[in-house]
Design a protein around this ligand. Structure first.
Ligand SMILES: [Zn+2]
Ligand SMILES: [Zn+2]
Length: 336
């Protein structure tokens, strides 16, 4: 079978490897759609494990199940989570599922014709797709789940003013979810095209990131943002976040600038304003269930975010679209 092996963003090779046979508690799935995530192109994050087969936004069809697997059968349409928490360790009990101390099994990446699903993920990380969720739509389940988790942790509520910094795939998903909750959304980006998307997806105000966003907030909204969600990694975006948050507000680091950058926090200023700084990473099984339900009920529509679709052979081009980040929002690979 064909797989795409990532060595770095400039070097992704299509390689031939043997198709795996599932053990008694495993199963083999055929990958129909797999999204390229913004995190797939972050080299400092991925390089320590390279070469690897990336892809964790997987919509697939079950083709073969091990003898002890009874929950799924060939032909089932599924979403597969890249890893699952144990639900019983200290961190899971506190609700910090993404940092579970016992989560070991990790799904081989979805930029591959077939994926062998390990026992843990067959048991707790496989979700049947409702009939009205297409394979391409299913690639939004994981990113939407991460967005849901971030907004839950930040306790975003109806009527709040939320500043979304960075209107790539995840920033735009934030815009959509915030609007479905009845928030007032201000979105910024340096890219005009992305601001047009934010506008189309319901943002109340879009601001060129070159402008003084805090000033625009005060003049157009009379106050700064209750919540700032940072979906960009530029240092200037971090500055905009510090300046854009209102007293009593929260800054959410959904994206981070990277390990070679040092972020300085205006902590004395924040101290007197009771400003919270929050980080979020990945999602929990509850968020995945919520994401599936939002897509199933069409409370969040995603078809209008798909800008590029291509076969596995063209994955280099797909990664280029995401890396350049000019006119692409969601780039989907269809390996089979
Ligand atoms: Zn992702
Ligand atoms: Zn755990």
């Amino acid at each position: 079978m064909k797989v795409a092996k990532w060595y770095n963003n400039q070097d992704i090779r299509i390689e031939e490897v043997p198709k795996p046979n599932p053990g008694p508690k495993e199963m083999l799935v055929k990958v129909l759609s797999c999204g390229i995530c913004g995190s797939d192109i972050v080299e400092w994050y991925r390089l320590p494990r390279a070469p690897l087969i990336p892809g964790h936004e997987i919509g697939a069809e079950v083709v073969e199940t091990g003898g002890s697997v009874s929950a799924y059968k060939p032909g089932d349409r599924v979403f597969i989570a890249p890893k699952v928490p144990c639900m019983t360790c200290y961190y899971c009990e506190k609700g910090h599922y993404p940092i579970c101390a016992n989560s070991k099994a990790r799904l081989p990446g979805g930029f591959s014709e077939y994926v062998l699903v390990p026992e843990d993920i067959v048991k707790n990380g496989t979700y049947l797709l409702p009939d009205n969720i297409t394979y391409d739509q299913s690639t939004f389940i994981e990113p939407l789940a991460c967005v849901i988790r971030a907004q839950n942790l930040a306790e975003v509520q109806e009527g709040r003013t939320v500043l979304v910094i960075g209107c790539g795939m995840s920033g735009l998903l934030h815009v959509k979810l915030l609007k479905s909750k009845g928030c007032k959304v201000i979105a910024t980006d340096i890219n005009r095209k992305k601001l047009e998307y934010a506008d189309r997806f319901g943002a109340d105000l879009t601001v060129d990131a070159k402008e003084d966003v805090a000033e625009v907030l005060i003049s157009q909204n009379r106050k700064k943002a209750d919540t700032v969600i940072l979906c960009a990694s530029a240092m200037s975006a971090v500055e905009q976040a510090w300046n854009g948050v209102d007293k009593g507000g929260t800054v959410v680091f959904f994206a981070v600038p990277g390990p070679d950058k040092e972020v300085s926090v205006p902590i004395n200023d924040f101290w007197m304003k009771e400003i919270k700084i929050l980080t979020t990473y990945y999602c929990s099984p509850y968020d995945i269930a919520d994401a599936i339900s939002l897509l199933e009920k069409e409370e969040i529509k995603v078809d209008d975010m798909i800008t590029h679709k291509m076969p596995l052979e063209d994955i280099v081009e797909g990664f280029q679209h995401v890396t350049e980040s000019k006119d692409s929002i969601k780039v989907i690979i269809n390996p089979t």
